[in-house]
Design a binder for this molecule. Structure first.
Ligand SMILES: [Zn+2]
Length: 332
């Protein structure tokens, strides 16, 4: 992996590479753009380029040295991931319970950044999601940015940079990540993942510009995509039932109990994709997505609390279909 492997973000990669080549890397960046368009991957590639032990050329990483390998695995001691996982560990809580980044998390980050790099050239913190900081946390981050320790770089990942304090924004260089054209995602799925053109087209349209979403759709459950807005009630019920059934080829020999487990796992995967899709819609200004997000999160909670995944999914999709304007589909 290197910047070259990042799809459709030539401008962002160009901005980052040229700063690396010039040797003038700002203390802080804001990467802004929809979910799943490559911000996180790019932040890691950029960290690799800074820390690489044998860079093939300025602004590049080898992808093979101990440092690159540790960053790929998220275990480099000088590349901190300040996210909900990190916060959950601090608070001994579940990652799913975290809804914003708190001041204690910023303080923990500040403490970690105050140490000299253990083995790298600099300390790097990737804050994600930076548009979900509490007010206290934002002020704490601002203080760090006002007087950054030497050899420290901070990258703020955000879907909506307006969710970040203007005083923070003014201390960072903003790098915009674009939503990927459907044709580009389609091409990627057919050429790199060998998907048949029809399936690739369907997944690319579902993904609405997010490569991560397209890959998740491609990866999971035969690319389980449900166009509930245009499906009949029967289609939805049949699809929900289908999702619970073990896959023939792989699960033939497994005991019957694997059915329930698969249903739960596949349902959770599908709900996550649906969540990501609607988060992106919300950030692109579709305010009605807010209510849908709430419904999806309620469904996720139910599945986790052992309510039947099939039933939960049926109720959710039928309700979403109704809201989406089932008036256009009077016959089912
Ligand atoms: Zn390397």
């Amino acid at each position: 992996m290197s910047f070259k492997s990042i799809i459709g973000q030539d401008h962002a990669c160009q901005v980052l590479t040229s700063a690396l080549v010039r040797g003038h890397v700002p203390h802080a960046y804001i990467f802004t753009g929809a979910n799943g368009v490559g911000k996180r991957t790019t932040a890691k590639e950029w960290a690799k380029a800074i820390q690489c032990l044998q860079p093939p050329s300025a602004g590049e990483s080898c992808g093979l040295c101990a440092s690159c390998e540790k960053i790929d695995k998220d275990i480099h001691p000088d590349v901190l991931h300040i996210n909900y996982d990190f916060q959950a560990t601090l608070k001994v809580e579940d990652t799913e319970k975290q809804i914003n980044l708190k001041i204690d998390t910023m303080r923990a980050m500040e403490r970690l950044l105050s140490f000299k790099p253990y083995e790298g050239r600099a300390k790097i913190a990737i804050v994600d999601p930076a548009d979900q900081l509490t007010e206290d946390a934002a002020h704490s981050l601002l203080k760090i940015l006002e007087d950054p320790p030497p050899a420290v770089h901070i990258v703020l990942l955000s879907v909506d940079s307006h969710g970040i304090l203007p005083t923070i924004r003014s201390r960072c260089q903003t790098v915009a990540f674009r939503t990927l054209p459907t044709a580009m995602i389609e091409k990627f799925l057919t050429e790199k993942h060998g998907f048949p053109p029809d399936a690739a087209k369907e997944m690319a349209e579902f993904a609405e510009g997010s490569l991560e979403l397209a890959l998740a759709a491609a990866e999971g459950s035969d690319g389980a995509v449900m166009d509930y807005e245009n499906a009949t009630v029967n289609d939805i019920l049949e699809w929900c039932a289908q999702l619970q059934r073990p896959k023939r080829s792989r699960d033939d020999d497994q005991e019957p109990s694997s059915k329930g487990r698969r249903g739960r796992i596949e349902t959770e995967k599908f709900l996550k994709r649906l969540l990501l899709q609607h988060q992106n819609r919300l950030y692109s200004g579709e305010l009605s997505a807010q209510q849908t997000l709430q419904q999806i999160m309620d469904a996720m909670r139910k599945v986790r609390q052992n309510v039947s995944p099939q039933l939960t999914l049926e109720v959710l999709l039928l309700s979403l279909r109704r809201h989406a304007g089932a008036m256009n589909h009077p016959s089912y």
